[in-house]
Design a protein around this ligand. Structure first.
Ligand code: SAM
Length: 203
């Protein structure tokens, strides 16, 4: 799927978005992974991990209704390239319809396409990857494909910032990154762990 520049500023209430998100969860619980979009506390805990002053290439995986995307657009440098991935077409449509334009923002589907899309976009490496993907409930092959693509994409000093609702992923992340900083965010439904991962271990 080809990404598109986002230009439409149409509005949809957050309550309406939350209902769409809940419906998508009931349609595909293992893909959506949660019943509600992230809270502002989790949004802040995730995005505060990123060095927005210097970051010029960022990917967001699993954008949902765009709670992080809206904040990324506010924080990102005007010259930054931002690749946003959301596999669910209904959620993609919400993002496209609501959030404001950033000149470097492109919206795509399946995060497994990260490597190919970076090539298409002329992006060699990423400074940060921000992930909301529900790795523990996605099919193992899908989550491994995405984690491999993330590792190949990140700069040597790049960071992978991901949240999860349990600590199950920690050992899988520790097999790939030697510097993992963890923060617990209780004010979210459900409460979440933020994993800020760097210093990649290459096989
Ligand atoms: C837990 S929700 C998070 C949504 C939003 N970022 C938030 O924090 O509220 C995970 C999202 O990942 C999306 N997703 C699942 N598998 C994906 C994939 N392979 N590529 C892109 N998005 C995916 C789901 O459709 C869902 O919207």
């Amino acid at each position: 799927m080809k990404g598109r520049k986002i230009t439409n500023k149409g509005q949809k209430s957050h309550l309406g978005q939350d209902m769409v998100f809940l419906r998508r969860f009931f349609g595909a619980p293992r893909q959506v992974g949660s019943v509600a979009p992230s809270s502002r506390f989790l949004t802040r805990a995730m995005l505060d991990r990123v060095d927005w002053v210097n970051a010029r290439s960022v990917a967001e995986l699993g954008a949902g209704t765009g709670v992080f995307t809206r904040e990324i657009v506010k924080r990102a440098h005007p010259d930054a390239k931002i690749l946003v991935f959301e596999v669910d077409p209904a959620l993609q449509a919400l993002i496209r319809a609501e959030h404001p334009t950033h000149p470097g923002l492109r919206l795509y589907g399946d995060a497994q396409e990260l490597t190919a899309i970076m090539k298409d976009e002329g992006i060699e490496t990423l400074d940060f990857v921000i992930s909301s993907l529900p790795f523990t409930v996605l099919p193992q092959e899908v989550s491994e494909n995405i984690l491999n693509a993330v590792q190949n994409a990140l700069k040597p000093d790049g960071r992978f910032v991901a949240y999860q609702y349990s600590s199950i992923m920690k050992s899988r992340l520790a097999a790939r990154f030697s510097d993992i900083r963890t923060k617990f965010v209780p004010l979210n439904i459900p409460p979440a762990f933020v994993y800020d991962c760097g210093a990649q271990l290459r096989s």
